[in-house]
Design a protein around this ligand. Sequence first.
Ligand code: FES
Length: 112
Amino acid sequence: MPNSAGQLRLCALEDIPEGTSKGFTLADRRLFAINQRGKIYLYQNRCPHLGIPLEWQDDEFLDSSKSMIMCANHGALFVIQTGKCVAGPCSGQALIPVAYNLLEGSIFIDQT
Ligand code: FES
């Protein structure tokens, strides 16, 4: 359901507990979000070097230490705060961030 600004509601903040990640499949977009220390980071779910989704298991986008984003395909590691790849075949490239708004405990994104 769009908000008054025409934005799409992605989920409630509480759907992404601290230290976890969550994937979303919209009509034509795949996204994922991470909650790290109370801040939400939202990216396109697309590895920069092959353009394929990062996860093998639903909602699993983090490495075992929960401190980096990890591509399950080749083990590439990305900084949660910036999306920059620091290890792996796409080193030096970055995930594409997605802008969002927090409103009344929910995450909203533009529809395009
Ligand atoms: S597809 Fe993610 S590092 Fe290759």
